[in-house]
Design a protein around this ligand. Structure first.
Ligand SMILES: [Zn+2]
Length: 182
């Protein structure tokens, strides 16, 4: 049986997503270049605010470096808070949504905390660019490394398994100054 706190967490997650969607909608109207949305990966686990902040900051730092490495500049960067924690929006001087998508997939796949990041690209028409559009494999499950769709459908992992996987990622990369999840 599911505990009450589980249901509350689900409700909080849903309202968090609705809040985020509203912010995106607002910014979408003013887009002159594709937007990178930065968030916590959608998994069956809501982390502490500190953990979310750690992941968002790492993502922003990496996006900044990636932009510079490729000869572009950051045009706008906005961090906003919803009920569960921080999210961010970034626009750069790069006008190719496909190029940006490839860069962000690279971050999700290769950054030490990439498995916890959710980086999306919204083009100037307000359309989200999917991995399929760029002919890149779907993400793998952070617990068992299988195809994410299989795990999302079957829901084979417990809260504790997600927690352990998150802690391992954080500890492995020795972000020792931050508390791990409990
Ligand atoms: Zn799995």
């Amino acid at each position: 049986m599911k505990s009450n706190s589980g249901n509350e967490a689900q409700a909080a997650q849903l309202s968090d997503r609705l809040e985020i969607a509203k912010v995106y909608q607002y910014w979408r109207k003013m887009l002159t270049s594709p937007m990178i949305t930065v968030g916590w990966r959608k998994i069956k686990y809501s982390p502490h605010t500190e953990t979310r902040l750690l992941v968002i900051n790492a993502a922003l730092e990496e996006i900044n470096q990636m932009t510079e490495r490729n000869g572009f500049t950051i045009r706008m960067q906005k961090v906003f808070w919803t009920g569960l924690g921080p999210n961010a929006l970034v626009t750069t001087s790069c006008f190719s949504a496909t190029k940006l998508k490839k860069w962000t997939i690279d971050i999700e796949e290769h950054h030490p905390l990439g498995a916890l990041m959710d980086l999306n690209i919204i083009d100037t028409n307000g359309m989200s660019i999917s991995r399929k559009d760029t002919h890149i494999q779907p993400r793998t499950c952070m617990v068992c490394q299988k195809d994410i769709y299989t795990c999302r459908r079957g829901k084979p992992h417990s809260h504790q398994e997600y927690l352990a996987a998150i802690n391992e990622l954080i500890l492995r990369e020795r972000f020792g100054q931050y508390d791990t999840e409990r």
